[in-house]
Design a protein around this ligand. Structure first.
Ligand SMILES: Nc1ncnc2c1ncn2[C@@H]1O[C@H](COP(=O)(O)OP(=O)(O)OP(=O)(O)O)[C@@H](O)[C@H]1O
Length: 281
């Protein structure tokens, strides 16, 4: 085992719920993530599966520093994220990016796709022809034609929008990407293309992923290691094959049974293999 790129210890996050009532009697705190430890090795994917509301997104957001944990710590490349300040913090932030579920919502609709991709570069002081060149390279790498840079998000398909969101996430050359259900808003045939793109980019750039989904079959295809979440806790963890072939927790067994019974999700490995490679060399 190599040294983990990212490690979390005792991560905990609760949110206030209820309107509080007249005397505050209705106010409670809901524990969204309840003391989670995890480690992700460089160049690998940790898949996270669980029902809606189990805390997957909250966990991912804490890993990339979008929200602060109430308790616990995140260590990236040996650095405690909470203790890093100034220039080092900015460098750390560049290294951790997110791709959200709905690309149309995550892109700025008033900016062209080229401007969307260049935004993080400009935020970090890269402008002019250097930003233009990098944008064109990122677009090609993500299977987009740079000639489309002047179009707006609503003028391209959902799959192309997600390619733009991925290109934007990669603009600052991160090492770690939190993929928050990156294909669930897309048509099934487009899903396979985006999954292939993510796998190709991982192989080419050595990226490390935290991949969140509801789909157990998809997690088997995308991840080496898996955690299963239920009500804010990890109820099962193991390799993809272990979770798929011999799940121990009753919740995972039920999840698996329903996947097998419904047969509603595609055989990703076979399906994706039938798609051509997604990256333009
Ligand atoms: N900003 C917030 N304020 C209040 N409650 C929140 C907030 N974010 C998340 N929650 C609550 O925390 C719990 C976990 O939410 P989270 O989005 O992490 O779950 P999830 O497993 O990602 O769900 P889904 O699969 O539906 O996206 C839920 O009960 C949710 O309502």
């Amino acid at each position: 085992m190599s040294t983990p790129l990212l490690q979390a210890r005792g991560l905990q996050k609760s949110f206030a719920t209820g309107d509080g009532g007249l005397f505050g009697q209705g106010r409670h705190r809901h524990m969204a993530v309840d003391g989670i430890d995890l480690a992700i090795e460089p160049g690998t994917t940790l898949g996270c599966v669980g029902e809606s509301g189990s805390g997957k997104s909250t966990l991912g957001r804490m890993l990339v520093g979008l929200i602060e944990p109430d308790e616990g710590s995140v260590t990236f490349d040996g650095q405690d994220v909470a203790k890093v300040a100034g220039k080092e913090r900015a460098a750390l932030r560049r290294n951790m990016q997110v791709v959200f579920q709905d690309p149309l919502l995550s892109l700025n609709p008033r900016r062209t796709i080229g401007q969307n991709i260049q935004r993080p570069l400009r935020n970090y002081g890269v402008g002019g022809s250097e930003a233009e060149d990098r944008m064109a390279r990122l677009m090609k790498m993500c299977g987009l034609d740079p000639a489309q840079a002047a179009r707006y998000p609503h003028e391209i398909s959902g799959g192309q929008c997600q390619r733009v969101a991925i290109a934007r996430a990669l603009a600052l050359e991160p090492r770690f990407v939190f993929l928050d259900e990156p294909v669930s808003a897309l048509d099934v045939s487009v899903q396979a293309q985006i999954l292939n793109l993510l796998l190709d980019l991982q192989a080419e750039l050595g990226l490390t992923y935290f991949f969140v989904t509801h789909d157990l079959k998809l997690i088997e295809f995308m991840s080496q290691q898996v955690i299963v979440m239920l009500k804010g806790s990890v109820v099962e963890r193991g390799t993809s094959a272990e979770i798929w072939q011999s799940p121990k927790h009753a919740y995972t067994q039920n999840l698996l049974r329903s996947v097998l019974r419904l047969g509603s999700t595609p055989d990703w490995a076979r399906f994706a293999a039938s798609e051509t490679s997604s990256v333009i060399p």
